[in-house]
Design a protein around this ligand. Structure first.
Ligand SMILES: Cc1cc2nc3c(=O)[nH]c(=O)nc-3n(C[C@H](O)[C@H](O)[C@H](O)COP(=O)(O)OP(=O)(O)OC[C@H]3O[C@@H](n4cnc5c(N)ncnc54)[C@H](O)[C@@H]3O)c2cc1C
Length: 505
């Protein structure tokens, strides 16, 4: 007699079709091909467009920002046979070198092979990655009956008691559209920095702690033609690219560069860069931009057509909820500023880590939910803090950090058995973020920079909301007290206590 096996069907609802949500969807659907005891039915919702359905021109119009994809992200993608080879390779530009401009005059260059193994880092547009993942999903699973995608649909609210999400399709034709109730067994919050799934954690768990704060900067990003004297595949960080501004320059496909420029929140932007006249902006760039040849008129046009960008950071103390049967992945759990270029890499690694846990624990979700937090909370928090607390907001401290880092790199080359490689350069090669965080803490970098950055952010906040005033007369009185009254008081105390002895001598 034939023995029948019970098949457990799990409805997985993935909120957010960014890199984390799309890779998670692929990995669940692939599990159906490999495991027999659990069948996954995957529903994906996102308020945006399905980039996988756009043609080349449409996708080029939907360009967003360039992202450095390195070991953590690539190894997660490579777990799916054919995904990298057939859908992703060739979409981006291989990184060949990095140019670090410490000041306007002092620059140094690193070969890519100094900090990344061959064939393991390239830059690619965020939406191109989404398009590639979505194409893989559509090609392989659109017709298999276990996958439904609802694009142009926004999740509004998680009803944890009934295990359902209320979602609203975009109303483009002004006809009456009713909200959808999407039931689930397991919910994945892959919905980015302003996650609504995370909101449900907040209202369900009294012990859930999370914070969302800015990264104390604002800026704009432009796409420019690759100058003749810049090799394709060059990544650059340029301090003082404009007075008071720093620039991250990433190679872009099609012989272009994606130039992101940012400055500190407490710095008043000059009138020229606030102007809505492209000529004024172009003239300002002509006068001040020094990094490489740039078409200033083109930059001026792009500059005035966009608003200011800001990036935020998120910390959470756990990423799973047993009562909600939910997990947080990617930016929903650990959004961060792009300083170390690991946000998407970690989002992809979250999806891959979840898949490994399901393998290890035979799809037993009661075990997998808490294990996910155990495994990923340290990585996510290390990501957010390494990104923000290894770059100082104080230019002086930042220059010191960069000089020290380069001395360490040079010493490691000379005396590798005495001086370890710089932990930050080990991350793109695959070092765990929590390990890099541990080593940077041991070097004292995290603590020093955190003190400085937190102080600067706090005092800016206090001043900007009026808790502390720049009160000149109070300032003079304080200085008088510190520099005149205190020494006078100390001198009097010394005279009273030791006056007799001094006069007897
Ligand atoms: C300028 C810049 C440069 C960066 N550079 C790098 C880099 O070099 N390397 C790197 O690894 N990372 C980089 N990052 C970070 C990277 O872009 C993110 O970490 C990554 O996109 C996170 O993926 P995600 O899927 O978690 O979230 P997201 O990419 O934010 O995707 C979230 C998705 O959820 C959807 N969504 C939101 N709300 C809802 C809702 N209510 N209902 C349904 N869906 C919803 C959104 O439409 C979106 O598609 C950079 C980021 C920026 C801004």
């Amino acid at each position: 007699m034939c023995k029948t096996t019970d098949i457990d069907t799990k409805r997985i609802l993935i909120v957010g079709a960014g890199p984390a949500g799309l890779l998670a969807a692929i990995l669940f659907l692939r599990r159906n091909l490999l495991t027999s005891s659990t069948k996954y039915q995957v529903t994906l919702i996102d308020p945006g467009t399905d980039y996988g359905k756009l043609d080349e021109e449409g996708l080029a119009r939907a360009r967003s920002w360039m992202i450095g994809l390195s070991c953590h992200g690539l190894s997660s993608i490579r777990e799916v046979p054919g995904l990298y080879e057939d859908y992703i390779r060739g979409l981006g530009v291989d990184t060949v070198k990095a140019v670090i401009g410490i000041t306007k005059k002092i620059k140094f260059t690193l070969k890519a092979s100094d900090f990344i193994p061959e064939d393991s880092a390239f830059t690619v547009d965020r939406n191109y990655i989404c398009a590639a993942l979505s194409r893989y999903l559509n090609d392989n699973f659109e017709k298999d009956g276990n996958f439904i995608s609802h694009y142009n649909t926004k999740a509004l609210y998680v009803d944890g008691d009934n295990k359902c999400v209320i979602a609203r399709p975009k109303n483009e034709s002004n006809v009456n559209i009713t909200d959808m109730n999407l039931d689930y067994d397991i919910l994945l919050g892959c919905d980015g920095i302003r996650s609504i799934v995370r909101n449900a954690f907040l209202s369900t768990h009294r012990d859930f702690e999370f914070d969302l704060r800015g990264s104390f900067g604002y800026g704009k990003s432009v796409h420019v033609a690759l100058p003749e004297d810049v090799e394709d595949g060059t990544f650059m960080i340029i301090n003082e690219c404009l007075p008071g501004w720093v620039s991250f320059v990433l190679p872009e496909s099609g012989q272009k560069l994606n130039v992101a420029l940012g400055t500190r929140l407490d710095k008043e932007c000059c009138v020229e860069l606030k102007s809505s006249d492209p000529k004024v902006v172009a003239d300002y760039f002509r006068e001040h931009w020094h990094a490489f040849d740039i078409d200033c008129d083109e930059v001026g046009e792009q500059w005035v057509q966009q608003g200011w960008n800001t990036v935020g950071q998120v910390h959470c103390n756990f990423y799973h909820s047993e009562p909600l049967r939910a997990l947080l992945l990617g930016d929903a759990a650990h959004a961060t500023c792009p300083n170390i270029g690991q946000g998407m890499n970690t989002a992809l690694a979250d999806a891959s880590a979840l898949n490994s846990l399901l393998n290890d624990h035979k799809d037993d979700w009661d075990v997998v939910l808490p294990k996910f937090s155990e495994l990923r909370v340290k990585e996510g928090n290390a990501l957010t803090d390494l990104s923000f607390h290894t770059y100082s907001l104080s230019p002086g401290q930042q220059i010191t950090l960069m000089v020290r880092q380069n001395v360490r790199i040079a010493l490691n080359k000379l005396l590798p058995w005495i001086v370890d490689r710089d932990p930050m350069y080990e991350i793109p090669r695959g070092m765990k973020l929590s390990e890099a965080y541990h080593r940077m803490s041991k070097l004292g970098v995290i603590q020093r920079v955190r003190r400085n950055n937190d102080d600067m952010m706090r005092s800016h906040f206090e001043k900007s909301v009026g808790m502390v005033r720049d009160d000149e007369s109070a300032g003079i009185m304080n200085k008088m007290f510190r520099y005149v009254m205190v020494p006078v008081f100390v001198a009097c105390a010394v005279a009273v206590l030791f006056g007799d002895k001094i006069s007897q001598q």
